[in-house]
Design a protein around this ligand. Structure first.
Ligand SMILES: Cc1cc2nc3c(=O)[nH]c(=O)nc-3n(C[C@H](O)[C@H](O)[C@H](O)COP(=O)(O)OP(=O)(O)OC[C@H]3O[C@@H](n4cnc5c(N)ncnc54)[C@H](O)[C@@H]3O)c2cc1C
Length: 316
């Protein structure tokens, strides 16, 4: 029986762990399938405050974990299959750990970027293949970049990347873009953007020096073409990792957890959410960490109230 269980060890979960451990609440932290979260899949992180020379993603996450451990957070590895939030204490079914019981839960399971699933893609994530223009655009100053996708976020990323790139080619498998007209108009007016519509990506092309382009199939002619570029940004969406909640927590149309604005409170008292799993807009390590702090503070307050209520009813 735990006072608090944190699910997920990205920047959100680990920050919550640091705060809850320092509040002497001895949280259990479940690491899940990707200990350290998404940043373990990248190399340099240059926008997390406090590291003037940047820091490698895995090292940053290792530091956060050590910091939480130092204050008494307990870490265990397991995959949360399902939760029962119908009454407190909450029950979790965790593959590898069995049933766990806790008064409160912090949900920090992140969101997974969708990839194309083509050869050369996964091997080069963080080495020329990216799913985050804000994070990695700066590394491609003066270079040619490809953005794959046809929705609003793909075009937003394409527009943003023209600040750095000499040329941005938008690759989309259909003839028409899904993005809103206003977004299309804005990006079409940008001279640095070229279009490769009706093209299906089939391989990320590399050489000894890294990514050199994207092989695509022209859907009209069936011919294969290579579009040269040093970076391939895959912008075909994310899916928040909420399947294990079985619909017990309110989510928006895209599956992101809905929190009370300005807090980490979900629709179930005692369950808090932080990080990318409740944030389809910013999706940054620092915003995840900040919201992890909020979840821990909200959780602490909730536990304090529970303890007051228990003491008051015992005194009656
Ligand atoms: C390649 C790449 C590069 C990036 N670079 C930057 C950058 O330079 N700067 C920046 O600010 N941001 C960057 N980001 C974005 C940043 O990584 C995310 O915004 C951040 O990691 C979100 O943190 P999080 O704690 O919400 O979740 P995540 O980091 O996604 O962690 C989720 C955690 O939940 C666990 N989990 C999921 N499901 C379950 C389950 N059912 N049971 C148990 N555990 C579960 C996972 O194992 C993982 O530990 C990058 C992202 C990627 C993919």
């Amino acid at each position: 029986m735990y006072k608090s269980i944190i699910i997920g060890t990205g920047p959100a979960g680990l920050t919550a762990a640091i705060y809850l451990a320092r509040a002497n609440l001895k949280p259990l932290v479940i690491e899940g399938p990707q200990p350290g979260g998404q940043l373990t899949t990248t190399t340099d992180v240059e926008n997390f405050p406090g590291f003037p020379e940047g820091i490698m993603g895995p090292e940053l996450m290792d530091n956060m974990r050590k910091q939480a451990e130092r204050f008494g957070a307990e870490f265990r590895t397991g995959w949360v299959n399902s939760v029962d939030l119908s009454k407190r204490p909450f029950k979790l079914q965790v593959e590898g750990l069995g049933e766990l019981v806790s008064d409160t839960l912090v949900l920090s399971t992140g969101a997974t970027a969708k990839y194309l699933g083509i050869p050369g893609e996964q091997d080069n994530v963080g080495r020329g293949v990216s799913t985050c223009a804000t994070c990695d655009g700066f590394f491609f100053r003066g270079k040619e970049i490809i953005v794959v996708g046809g929705g609003d976020s793909a075009l937003e990323e394409a527009g943003f990347l023209t600040r750095f790139a000499s040329k941005v080619t938008v690759v989309h498998r259909r003839d028409e873009l899904r993005a809103s007209k206003i977004m299309q108009d804005r990006v079409r007016a940008n001279e640095k953007v070229e279009w490769a519509l009706n093209r299906t990506p089939i391989e990320v092309v590399t050489s000894d020096t890294g990514v050199t382009g994207l092989k695509v199939r022209n859907n009209e002619t069936g011919a294969e073409e290579v579009i040269e570029a040093s970076g391939v940004f895959v912008a075909i969406g994310h899916h928040p990792n909420t399947g294990f909640l079985g619909g017990q927590i309110d989510t928006d149309d895209n599956g992101y957890i809905v929190v009370k604005p300005g807090t980490s409170l979900t629709n179930v008292p005692g369950v808090f959410a932080c990080g990318d799993v409740q944030d389809s807009r910013y999706r940054q390590a620092i915003t995840a960490a900040g919201s992890g702090c909020m979840a821990a503070l909200d959780c602490e307050k909730y536990i304090e109230n529970l303890e007051h209520e228990a003491a008051a009813s015992a005194a009656k």
